[in-house]
Design a protein around this ligand. Structure first.
Ligand SMILES: Nc1nc2c(ncn2[C@@H]2O[C@H](COP(=O)(O)OP(=O)(O)OP(=O)(O)O)[C@@H](O)[C@H]2O)c(=O)[nH]1
Ligand SMILES: [Mg+2]
Length: 253
């Protein structure tokens, strides 16, 4: 039987897409394949965009002010917080950069567990400390910071670290330059204790985990990770110690 030309019944000689295919089932098959391809590409685009988003962790001892800083950054608000038992996750947009912020609980039994869960995704870590109590809590602060600095994953990924000397609105607060000196001295003692403990247990990794230059006193500048300091307050937006230094550091990541 003689087959009709596909364009024959179309006015003005315009060719309908469906008329290019010998039958409807072929047209439906190709249209479905194109739709599947389109949605796969859209899905991959959003998945890639999500995974390439920079992640910043807020870590530190309990009551150092992490959740208040998180609320300031993510919601631009203050709220009276209580001890976090789980992480808070939110997005922070500043100078057209979108960063995911994860506020980790500082409670002793939860701190390392949550840090281990999130450390592989971190591009930056903000270590928050209470500058008004830092002299009294120095050993605990130094030990918890040591856990971060000595972590093999943090070291190999060269995660940038910001030590946030928070609660600068308090009259007894030490400035970041004083805190840095105090912490260097304390970390010098902590790393000696840790390396003695490793030697006692004959751990072959003792040398690898020794923090900084073993031939001199501990200094942050000897680390492979870049460690910076800033002064903040999460409480008082009118203060000169507002969160701007923290925001500026985040956008450089
Ligand atoms: N004066 C002063 N108080 C602050 C500041 N930041 C936080 N606080 C207070 O300190 C307490 C603890 O703040 P949080 O933000 O909940 O502390 P956190 O680090 O999240 O504590 P965890 O969730 O237990 O790890 C709250 O009563 C806050 O209001 C600050 O910059 N200045
Ligand atoms: Mg909290």
């Amino acid at each position: 039987m003689d087959r009709k030309s596909p364009t024959k019944n179309v006015p003005d000689g315009k060719i309908r897409l469906s008329s290019l295919f010998s039958d409807h089932s072929e047209f439906i098959l190709i249209a479905t394949s194109l739709a599947v391809l389109f949605f796969t590409l859209v899905f991959l685009f959003f998945k890639f965009r999500k995974s390439s988003q920079k992640v910043v962790l807020l870590s530190g001892l309990s009551l150092s002010g992490k959740t208040l800083l998180f609320a300031r950054l993510v919601y631009s608000k203050y709220f009276e917080s209580c001890t976090s038992l789980k992480e808070n996750v939110g997005n922070f947009t500043y100078e057209k950069k979108n960063i995911k912020i994860v506020d980790l609980p500082g409670e002793d039994r939860l701190r390392n567990k949550f840090f281990d869960q999130y450390k592989s995704s971190a591009k930056g870590i903000v270590y928050v400390l209470d500058s008004s109590t830092v002299q009294k809590t120095l050993r605990d602060v130094a030990e918890s910071l040591y856990v971060i600095l000595a972590d093999p994953q943090v070291q190999s990924s060269r995660v940038n670290i910001l030590v946030c000397c928070n609660k600068q609105d308090q009259t007894l607060a030490k400035s970041s330059s004083v805190v840095k000196t105090l912490l260097q001295k304390e970390l010098n003692l902590v790393r000696r204790t840790k390396s003695n403990q490793l030697e006692d247990t004959n751990d072959v990794a003792a040398n690898q985990t020794f923090l900084g230059n073993p031939d001199k006193d501990f200094e942050f500048s000897d680390l492979y990770n870049q460690v910076s300091f800033c002064d903040t307050t999460g409480l008082d937006s009118a203060s000169e110690y507002d969160v701007e230094q923290l925001q500026d550091w985040m956008v450089t990541l």
